[in-house]
Design a protein around this ligand. Structure first.
Ligand code: GLC
Length: 628
């Protein structure tokens, strides 16, 4: 162990977390043969990894263990991006940090950059080596340099960790294929279809259209392998404690590149049990709690983000429940709110948004949402049926309407999206498409309609303004800051044409960065308005996420209204969800006056509201942040 990471620190942390680690470990692995040996291996691995933690990161770990709520701050604004598509490679990305700075972004989420499978790789989510940067992006030292540069600028680094599976050319797979039993136990491999068929009775399909079923026959091993996602992504067998230990090593060493947040990809699928859908099982939570507890000794300053895009009541569990409340992941994707935003686009009303938001329990203090308008994946219409009914709609009919609206099949629709993973039997589908195309910019530009272009931009800015003020960690998606639209060139690329998510994964070039400097362009309008809102967010401590949000029904379905209160100060966020002007009367806000004492100032427009009139106006899709 390096002298810098002191034994005192290690012992202090061990005294707090060792008991928990042991309990969680034996809960999962107690009935495995040689569980005790595996546990010893885990404890010495934790000590080894603690010793490997770079000195400056140990310092950060210590700082964060004092400032525990560092993640909740209104100062954070992130952006998720593909390094190669945004800046060619890691060195190029360093050059582009000023652009992000200029926008106000101070956290970058790099989509997978570790060595990927050759050929199709699901955008890098098929990882061949968890600890080697793919040559496409540069070298390991380039990632370290980027990490250092970000630290210098006081910016955060978020890295992806594909925890559920490896690529089919990972070293472990190669050994398993060659008959090495130790590594065969790293995966779920079966001699014939008996077990797979029994599993399939209850499993769902993630890529039903392109990769039906959950098992793939491997010619080399002559076995059926569990592959939830693509046939080339082999699910890891977390029932084997050696898998957990090996992946703990990988996640900690990945963190040592300077990651502040690690995105745990697809955690819902990490534990399989016959007779169930093998999603969100209790063991998944025990596994994540074990991971968190181990990292509390090794790298406590690293936050875990769960990418569990699952039903709303299931998402909450990734923060931990019962006596483990707050002891699992610190961040979770707010997929529900993201999908609800797109519901407001299609319906121009707040019904489902309010029904859902007012039914959601509060998350544990200290944890936060990752809020977003769009990301690299499709939009799943994963609302709770109960919420849809509460909003007064029929779940099936409503989802069908949303799909038709978002793909542009409804007469009045401005959206230009596409169905993703359409299931002809159930008519179910998810939605692909760039945010700007879904909001109507593509159609407005095709019609050369200036007013419609401005309206689409205003609407898209408003969705972002909601995400910036909701309470949570806002994560922009690259391309959206310039309102980039669908890119149909994927249709001509062999390794992309089967996956229309590529239509919303834009490719930048040097010119792209200049668009935002050119005042007349829609890119400039989007960028500058977003930049302005980001700047404002950082001046409003009410936007820090202390579960300090309250949604209001002000009797007008076209209006979304919520307040954010902190230390006796309140911001009212009020947005017009419709394409018509809305007038808000003082009476509409009667329940909200208690916070305002009749002094209302919109910090976005710097107007004083209700000063000379009992009404104020909201233009189509206008957003106001109103302060007392
Ligand atoms: C996550 C990623 C998605 C990927 C899947 C399998 O959901 O966001 O892009 O296809 O995991 O790794």
């Amino acid at each position: 162990m390096k002298a810098t990471n002191t034994l005192k620190q290690l012992h202090e942390r061990q005294s707090i977390y060792s008991k928990e680690i042991s309990l969680l470990f034996y809960e999962l692995y107690g009935d495995r043969p040689q569980a005790k040996e595996a546990f010893h291996k885990l404890t010495s691995c934790i000590e080894k990894l603690f010793g490997e933690r770079p000195k400056k990161l140990v310092k950060l770990d210590e700082e964060r263990s004092i400032n525990k709520n560092w993640l909740l701050s209104e100062q954070h604004v992130g952006m998720a991006l593909y390094v190669d598509r945004f800046a060619e490679n890691l060195v190029g990305l360093v050059d582009k940090l000023d652009y992000l700075d200029d926008l106000g972004v101070n956290c970058v989420h790099l989509m997978p950059i570790m060595k990927r499978r050759k050929g199709e790789s699901d955008g890098g989510y098929a990882v061949a080596d968890f600890l080697k940067v793919d040559p496409l992006f540069g070298k390991n030292s380039d990632l370290t340099k980027l990490g250092n540069e970000l630290k210098k600028r006081d910016q955060l680094l978020l890295l992806d960790f594909v925890m559920n599976h490896t690529a089919d050319d990972h070293e472990w797979v190669k050994k398993a294929k060659a008959g090495d039993e130790f590594y065969q136990d790293f995966f779920l491999m079966y001699d014939d279809r008996t077990v797979p068929d029994a599993f399939e009775q209850n499993l769902l399909e993630v890529f039903a259209e392109t990769h039906p079923g959950n098992f793939t026959f491997d010619e080399d091993a002559q076995k059926w392998v569990f592959t939830t996602f693509h046939s080339y992504q082999w699910d890891l067998n977390y029932k084997n404690p050696h898998v957990f230990i090996a992946m703990l090593e990988n996640i900690c060493r990945l963190s040592n590149f300077g990651a502040d947040i690690i995105r745990v990809d697809a955690p819902a699928f990490m534990w399989k049990k016959m007779g169930t859908t093998s999603q969100n099982l209790d063991e998944v939570h025990v596994l994540l709690q074990l991971l968190r507890a181990c990292m509390n000794i090794i790298a406590p300053g690293v936050a875990l983000l769960s990418e569990a895009i699952v039903a709303p009541h299931e998402i909450m569990k990734y923060y931990g429940t019962g006596d483990k409340t707050g002891k699992e992941c610190q961040l979770s994707y707010n997929a529900m709110t993201m999908a609800l935003l797109w519901d407001t686009v299609a319906t121009q009303n707040n019904r489902l948004m309010l029904a859902a938001q007012t039914s959601m329990p509060s998350k544990p203090l200290g944890t936060t949402w990752l809020n977003y308008v769009r990301c690299h994946d499709d939009i799943g219409l994963g609302y709770d049926d109960e919420h849809i009914r509460k909003a007064g709609f029929d779940p099936f009919m409503h989802r069908q309407y949303l799909i038709r609206y978002l793909v542009g099949e409804e007469g009045h629709s401005n959206a230009r999206g596409a169905r993703y993973m359409y299931n002809p039997k159930t008519k179910d589908a998810r939605i692909s498409g760039a945010g700007a195309s879904l909001i109507g910019l593509e159609k407005a530009i095709a019609k050369n309609d200036e007013a419609a272009i401005d309206q689409a931009i205003r609407h898209f800015v408003t969705l972002h303004g909601i995400v910036l003020s909701l309470g949570g960690f806002p994560m922009l998606y690259y391309g959206d800051e310039q309102a980039m639209m669908n890119d149909y060139s994927y249709l001509h690329k062999e390794d992309q044409k089967h996956d229309n998510r590529w239509m919303h994964r834009p490719l930048y070039n040097e010119e792209t960065f200049d668009f935002v400097k050119n005042k007349g362009t829609h890119q400039y309008k989007m960028f500058s308005q977003l930049q302005y809102l980001i700047g404002l967010r950082k001046q409003l401590p009410e936007f820090a996420d202390y579960n300090n949000i309250q949604f209001w029904n002000i009797g007008n379905e076209q209006i979304l209204a919520y307040t954010r209160t902190r230390e006796h100060k309140t911001i009212l966020v009020i947005a017009n969800l419709s394409n018509r002007i809305q007038m808000i009367s003082s009476d509409d806000l009667k329940e909200i006056h208690q916070f305002f004492n009749y002094y209302y100032e919109d910090v976005i427009t710097e107007e004083r509201l209700f000063e000379n009139s009992p009404y104020f106006k909201l233009e189509p899709y206008q957003l106001r942040w109103v302060r007392n």
